[in-house]
Every structure is written in structure tokens, then in C-alpha cells.
Design a protein around this ligand. Structure first.
Ligand SMILES: Nc1ncnc2c1ncn2[C@@H]1O[C@H](COP(=O)(O)OP(=O)(O)O)[C@@H](O)[C@H]1O
Ligand SMILES: [Mg+2]
Length: 425
């Protein structure tokens, strides 16, 4: 499937706007004409972007637009056009529409229902529409949680889930998590594992292990927001031990890219100042040398950052020598002078920010990473053990949480492969 990403720009609504926007759009070819015919009968003047979003077929579509700009309206219209497609109509009970909230699901089915009723008023003899009206209550229009729960309920025997499973309530969930954390930590204490003690040192907040349990819980929730949590943890753990220099780490590359942009920005501000200073002879005489010296330093900084030379970039930013500007008499309220002062302060503070990014040397970073490596591995190991114990406790109670339902559904729909996933048959 080829994903089609389409951004619908928010637009002012124009309820009474003329029909100009409904003019023929040739690029969808012949199929466009029959749809255009029906679009013509619609009471609304869709914007071009909305029309694209309504008609795009055969791919994944992402519609992103401001609140109130007509996303739900577009989705409802997509559904209606599928139901009434002259060539390949879809029956309402074949739809799957998932939302995040019950209110949104209710709004969707309500809007589809009233649109069908409105179309039937105009075309009472239309048997196909009448049939869709009857099928609509059987359409799957629900929250994502309720969709997953249905899927798991229908397939419990494939998943090893109890047929009478229930969704855990918050207070029970809290108790179980606390018990599971106690039990997991106790196991590691009993083993007397040195890396574990170091891990506890790093995360406990003094007297008890509440901080450790909190971290494990947070990581557990976070990794479960990924489709394949174990793989995610494995990939992240590998980012530590690799002995990579700071500039080659994920965060180091991000910082270098940021520093590069910031240095380029300072260069362009300073060039601009130099050009503006030239507009006034006295200002030029007092400031130009300092600006040229700034530019030389900034170019050196940008070059070190581009080369990915962590320590040289850090030194260039930390030791940046801004020359003092020569005094300018009689320019008290000069707008040009004020503007130039503001620009230079901005450059100075930006260079200061770059310096703070490189506050540790490459060697110090490597030391930190090496020290963190066993701690991070232990954090992941404890979290995995915590989740095994928690799963067992939930299993004994025939209980699941919403995230379990999502993961169980995913297991029905796709199979994890070495580097990604494939659909189940
Ligand atoms: N092109 C349009 N012209 C006129 N009204 C529109 C248009 N698109 C949407 N609307 C109306 O604007 C309102 C908000 O639309 P809605 O789909 O609920 O927005 P969203 O889901 O993006 O928050 C609805 O009353 C809808 O009928
Ligand atoms: Mg909406």
C-alpha cells in the first residue's frame, strides 16, 4: 500500500461562497466526473484540499488541520461516498471507523446517520440507501479501545486470554503494579548483583526504593506505547555500550545540527550588522573591526561544528573572544545603534548557548556513557522482569489493561519479523 499524506490547510469557512471551487479538477481522471456529479449535489462548498481528502483512494491518508476546519466533515463525506459509490459501493456493516473518545465515535455515527436520512428525504425510492440506513447500527464505529476489546474477545482462544477477561480498574492496577515492583526488586536484591546495586543507587531517592519503582513503572508505560517494546529496549540499550564518540551518538548528532544552525544564524546576523553599520560612517569606524573579528570567530566555530569535531567546537564556543566595541559619542537615541546593540547581544547569548551544549569534553562524555551502560541495561532487565510478574498477576485475575488490549490486537493483526512486521494471513 502506498501511503498518501495529505495536509489539509485550515481555511476560513465560507458557507455562502460561490461555486468556483467546485470547478472540474482534471487530475483524478474519469472517476472524478461521476464523483463530481454527486459532489455537485452536496450542499457544501468543499475546499480543494477537502475534496482531495474526500476522494483520495487506495492508500493511507493523513489529514492534519486545525480544530473546526472540517476534518470530521471530510471523514463523514468519505464514508458517504464509499457507501454510495456507483461502481463499488461498500456496505455500512463493512466499515471500521475508530476514534479516541466515545464522544467522537458517537458524533461520527450520528453525523453519518443524519446525512443518510437527509439523502433519503430527497431520494425516498433509493433502496440501496435504505439498506445502508438499516445496516448502519451494525457498522464498527467505536473507540480504539472498544475495537481492540472486541477483537480480543472474538479471538481469546488464539491469544491464551481467559474468555471472561475484564479490564483492570485504576486502583487495582496501582496495587498490582506496586506488588509486582516489590517482587521484582526483591529477586534482584536476593541475587546480590553489583550492577543492580549501582542501578538502585542511581534511581532511589534516599530512604526507600520508591524512586526505583517509579522509574520502572514509567519505562514500562513508555515502552508499551511502542508496538514492539522488547525490540525498542534492545535497540536503545545497544546505543550505550557501542563506545561511540559523543559527536556520533544520536543526541550528539542532534546537538551538532542545532549548533550548526545556531552558528549560521549568528553569521547571518553579524553580516547584516556589518552591512548596516556601513550606512553610517562613524558607526562603521567604531564597529566594523569588531564585527569582522566576530565573523572570523563564528566561521571557525561553524567549521568545527560541521566537521563534527566535538572538542574543537566546544573550545571555540567557550573561548569565543568578542572584541569590545569602540565608544560612539552622540548616538544616545540612535535607532540604528540600538538595533545593532540588540543584534550583538543576541549573537553573544547564542554563542553562550552553543558553549553550554559542549559543556563536557568528548572524553568525559565517553566516561559517562560507559558508566551508564550497565545501569541502563539493568533498568531494562528489571523492567522486563517487572512486566513478566505483572502479566502473571493479571493473568491470574483474568484482567488486562487498555495497553494489553492494544498489544493483543496487534499480535492478531501483525507478526513481528527481524526488522519490522508483516500482516498475519
Ligand atoms: N467547506 C466547508 N464549508 C462550510 N462549512 C464547513 C466546511 N467544512 C466543514 N464545515 C463545517 O464546519 C464545522 C466544523 O467542522 P468539523 O468537521 O466538525 O471540524 P473538525 O472535525 O476539523 O473540528 C461543521 O459544522 C462543518 O459542517
Ligand atoms: Mg472533529
Amino acid at each position: 500500500m502506498v501511503p498518501v499524506f495529505l495536509r489539509v490547510r485550515p481555511r476560513a469557512r465560507r458557507p455562502g461562497a460561490p461555486d468556483a471551487e467546485l470547478g472540474p479538477a482534471g487530475r483524478h481522471g474519469r472517476a472524478e466526473k461521476s464523483r463530481e456529479g454527486r459532489a455537485g449535489r452536496m450542499s457544501r462548498n468543499w475546499t480543494e484540499e477537502q475534496k482531495d481528502a474526500i476522494r483520495a483512494r487506495g492508500g493511507t491518508l493523513l489529514v492534519s488541520a486545525a480544530a473546526g476546519s472540517g476534518k470530521t466533515a471530510v471523514l463523514v463525506q468519505r464514508v458517504l461516498e464509499r457507501l454510495t459509490d456507483p461502481v463499488r459501493p461498500t456496505d455500512a456493516d463493512r466499515l471500521l471507523v475508530v476514534t479516541f473518545t466515545r464522544a467522537a465515535a458517537a458524533e461520527m455515527s450520528g453525523r453519518i446517520e443524519s446525512e443518510i436520512a437527509r439523502m433519503l428525504e430527497k431520494d425516498p425510492e433509493n433502496a440501496h440507501l435504505r439498506r445502508q440506513q438499516l445496516l448502519l447500527p451494525r457498522a464498527h464505529i467505536s473507540t480504539i479501545d472498544s475495537f481492540c476489546a472486541d477483537l480480543v474477545r472474538q479471538n481469546f482462544y488464539r491469544l491464551g486470554v481467559a474468555p471472561d477477561f475484564r479490564v483492570l480498574d485504576d486502583s487495582e492496577d496501582t496495587v498490582l503494579r506496586s506488588d509486582a515492583a516489590d517482587q521484582a526488586l526483591r529477586e534482584f536484591y536476593e541475587r546480590g548483583d553489583a550492577a543492580f546495586y549501582e542501578f538502585v543507587e542511581s534511581f532511589s531517592s534516599g530512604r526507600d526504593d520508591a524512586g526505583v519503582a517509579r522509574t520502572v513503572n514509567r519505562l514500562y508505560d513508555f515502552v508499551r506505547s511502542h508496538p514492539f517494546p522488547r525490540r525498542w529496549m534492545k535497540e536503545k540499550a545497544e546505543l550505550y555500550g557501542a563506545g561511540r564518540p559523543a559527536g556520533k551518538t544520536v543526541w550528539g548528532r542532534t546537538l551538532l545540527a542545532f549548533a550548526r544552525d545556531a552558528a549560521d544564524y549568528c553569521i547571518s546576523v553579524t553580516r547584516d550588522s556589518l552591512a548596516r553599520a556601513a550606512e553610517d560612517e562613524k558607526i562603521a569606524a567604531a564597529y566594523s573591526d569588531a564585527y569582522r573579528s566576530d565573523l572570523a570567530g563564528l566561521n571557525g566555530l561553524a567549521e568545527a561544528v560541521s566537521a563534527g569535531d566535538w572538542d574543537r567546537a566546544g573550545a571555540a564556543a567557550r573561548n569565543f573572544a568578542f572584541q569590545k566595541l569602540r565608544p560612539l559619542r552622540g548616538y544616545g537615541g540612535s535607532p540604528l545603534k540600538n538595533r545593532l546593540s540588540a543584534a550583538r547581544s543576541e549573537v553573544k547569548s547564542t554563542v553562550g548557548k552553543i558553549a553550554s551544549l559542549f559543556s563536557a569534553t568528548e572524553e568525559q562524555c565517553a566516561g559517562d556513557i560507559a558508566r551508564l551502560d550497565p545501569i541502563v541495561h539493568k533498568l531494562f532487565e528489571v523492567t522486563v522482569r517487572f512486566s513478566e510478574i505483572l502479566d502473571r498477576m493479571k493473568g491470574e485475575r483474568h484482567a488486562v489493561d487498555f495497553s494489553d488490549l492494544e498489544h493483543l490486537s496487534l499480535r492478531l493483526l501483525v507478526r513481528e519479523t527481524e526488522h519490522g512486521f508483516e500482516r498475519t494471513p
